[in-house]
Design a protein around this ligand. Structure first.
Ligand code: NOJ
Ligand code: CA
Length: 689
């Protein structure tokens, strides 16, 4: 197996420097430069030019460090009805220098700096229709949003988003085929000019070495955007809106006469990890609409979950039922003993017999062997939260008519955390990512906020940073998570070192890491095991080492972080101490090294402790890691969860070792990872400095 040695030449200076107090809302109006219609990033490195063609069509182009990055590319939205033709620039209104340090109740970083210049161009289309284009240019990328004020209309049928991206050079792209129903697909790594139709975020390393990721922010009342490569122009990508109903009409959305689109975003970095360290998506979202956020909290959880995916339990009450009163109590006891905040219970309610069929779930009807009153009272006595579960199977109408009652009913039992699910087709042929479903997901978020309920959404629409505005929207799946390893050929070792540079740029993911029985040795041959998923060929496993599972608790950010294995596989396991000690409520996060699809080193600070997670694809690596992110002049005890000498994801996945070391910010650690492996470290300051 190939082995790489990497030395991090750069110093990780001031990564965790204390940011000043939030106060600085500094908006300075600066003179528009009408001649050039240009707006630059505050550091001047990214420049965006706006103009109109001789036919009056608006376009933009972008340079980075003086070199072409995006050549002349289209702008705007096309809509039906009596859409006027011909545009003229009415005014290039403002360019702003906006600097704001803002706080959020939870997140990778509790404080974020939003710093950009803005150019606002208003076009007159026809006689009385106005199109306004907002360009915001940050040091770490740029974003474009449109608002329309359509004359003589009440409702406007949106046909397509015409934003395009004419990249100036080729590169390597990490992308997922666009699918309006699922994001649970493997990533493809291809030359940019070989991408077909991609979901976002799509991430690219350009031949010049620049990195970028294309996505969107603040998606409301609109379909998701995907990226379609132009059939004859290999580096031209055009936005494509997902359909509301499959194959029925060319109308992608229906909006009011005054409407605004989500932001179309391009994050730009000189290093791959710059993309992860960017808060651009959140910065483009509005501040919290929930005033009192004291009830919203990050958590660690376990759950009655993996047993069903492995096929040793079932969601239905069929003699192999997972969600029984006694099993829930056993999980609650384990959580209480191991410093775990919550227990997820799936399969507690009637209707699972109809999953994949009529999808008739009852959200207030526990199965007879699950006494919700007894379980919730027991949990409360032990100081453990219950995460309730609303699997809809895609039956949106039924869920919308019962969710309010269902949340009130959960409230009676003190349950204010809900995992939702949309595993199934939507009746009426609605897609999962079209306008109708975007609005549905939002309705659930807002209803939950009214009930002071926090959410974890599976089979969601992708994150676009709405958690800033709705911080009860904790986490979501939106990718191929751990479940795939239970009943399919699974996720390749590279998958979890692609995710942080792609899907996770959009927001947290409830991946469900932490499987210790990697080869299912304790369950594979149990007599009650039944195949339940068509993808199951009987030889599933997790394609990982044990240390990498631990590292993924740090790397794959979710404010609700799960230890996904059966508790029996954790009981008495020395490496489980990492999860006990782990704090999901981090204050600051930094990706300190990595390359897309190859490896990543992530550091998160919570209180005065630091958690480090490093992981690699199939290539074994050794990284010389300067510990300059630690507080200077302080001594730390590092507890290192490393791959064992003979570890290898394929042949020896469970070989691991735990080491202790005294370290300080001036030290450099050798982080050694096996093929498909990883490493996790907790740094605890030694008392008395
Ligand atoms: C798919 C979800 O991703 C998984 O976590 C859940 O257990 C099943 N659906 C059943 O709801
Ligand atoms: Ca799923």
């Amino acid at each position: 197996m190939k082995k790489r040695t990497i030395t991090l030449a750069f110093a990780l200076i001031a990564l965790f420097a204390v940011l000043p107090r939030v106060s600085s809302q500094n908006s300075r109006k600066i003179q528009a430069d009408i001649k050039t219609n240009t707006v630059s990033s505050p550091d001047g490195r990214i420049k965006l030019y706006f103009s109109t063609s001789w036919m009056g069509e608006p376009f933009y182009k972008v340079t980075v460090d003086g070199k072409p990055f995006i050549n002349e590319s289209g702008l705007g939205v096309s809509y039906g009805g009596s859409a006027p033709t011909g545009h003229s620039v009415d005014r290039v209104q403002y360019r702003w220098e906006q600097k704001e340090l803002w706080e959020q109740p939870w997140g990778e970083n509790k404080r974020n700096l939003s710093y950009y210049n803005e150019m606002k161009v208003t076009l007159l289309c026809g006689v009385a229709t106005y199109e306004t284009i907002y360009f915001r240019v940050f040091n770490d990328g740029f974003a474009i949003r449109y608002t329309y004020d359509v004359d003589n209309a009440v409702q406007v049928p949106v046909i397509e988003d015409n934003t395009s991206f004419m990249f100036a050079e080729n590169g390597t792209a990490w992308w997922q085929p666009a699918d309006a129903d699922t994001y649970e697909l493997e990533y493809k790594t291809t030359p940019l000019d070989k991408v077909e139709h991609a979901n976002t975020p799509m991430t690219v390393k350009f031949d010049s070495g620049l990195y970028a990721s294309i996505h969107e922010a603040a998606l409301y009342n609109f379909p998701e955007m995907t990226l379609m490569r132009h059939p004859s122009d290999s580096l031209l990508f055009v936005a494509s809106l997902s359909e509301t109903v499959k194959g029925v009409s060319n109308i992608k959305a229906s909006v009011n006469a005054y409407f605004e689109t989500p932001w179309r975003t391009v994050q730009i970095g000189r290093k791959a990890v710059d993309l992860i360290n960017s808060s651009l998506i959140l910065n483009l979202n509005e501040p919290s609409r929930i005033e009192d956020t004291s009830w919203i909290r990050p958590m660690k959880y376990i759950g009655i979950w993996w047993g069903m995916h492995l096929g040793i339990n079932s969601w239905t009450n069929d003699g192999r039922h997972g969600a029984t009163t006694s099993e829930a109590k056993r999980y609650i006891d384990f959580a209480a003993r191991h410093k775990i905040d919550a227990v997820l219970v799936e399969g507690w309610n009637e209707g699972w017999e109809t999953w994949g069929n009529t999808q008739k779930f009852c959200y207030t009807c526990p199965y007879p062997d699950f006494d919700i009153k007894e379980v919730s009272e027991y949990a409360a006595r032990k100081g453990v939260k219950i995460i309730g579960h609303h699997e809809t199977g895609g039956n949106i109408r039924a869920y919308e008519s019962s969710m309010d009652t269902a949340m009130t009913w959960y409230g009676k039992y003190g349950i204010d955390c809900i995992k939702t699910g949309y595993a199934g087709g939507i009746p009426g042929n609605f897609t999962h990512h079209g306008q109708y479903l975007v609005n549905h997901y939002q309705k659930v978020v807002e209803t939950a906020a009214e009930h002071k309920v926090m959410l974890d959404v599976h089979e969601p629409v992708k994150d676009t940073g709405i958690r800033r505005t709705w911080p009860n929207m904790m986490t979501r799946e939106g990718g191929r998570g751990m479940e795939w390893n239970a009943w399919s050929s699974g996720n390749a070792p590279s998958h979890t070192v692609i995710l942080p540079y792609t899907a996770l740029l959009a927001g947290p993911m409830d991946y469900n890491p932490g499987i210790f029985d990697i080869l299912y040795e304790n369950t594979r041959n149990l007599p009650q095991r039944k195949k339940w998923n068509a993808n199951d060929t009987g030889d599933s496993r997790v394609n990982t080492t044990l240390a990498k599972q631990i590292a993924n608790w740090v790397i794959l950010y979710s404010p609700w972080q799960m230890a996904a294995d059966l508790i029996d596989n954790y009981e008495g396991h020395p490496a489980f101490r990492f999860f006990e000690e782990f704090d999901p409520d981090c204050d600051v996060s930094r990706a300190v090294a990595g390359e897309i699809g190859e490896y990543i080193v992530m550091v998160r600070k919570a209180g005065d402790r630091y958690f480090l997670g490093a992981s690699t694809d199939e290539t074994a690596r050794e990284i010389a890691l300067p510990l300059s992110f630690l507080e200077k002049g302080r001594q730390y005890r590092a507890t290192i969860y490393a791959d064992g000498e003979k570890a290898d994801w394929k042949t020896n996945p469970t070989d691991y070792r735990i080491m202790e070391k005294g370290v300080s910010a001036s030290d450099t650690l050798q982080v050694k990872m096996a093929s498909g492996g990883g490493q996790a470290i907790i740094f605890v300051p030694v008392a008395g400095k």
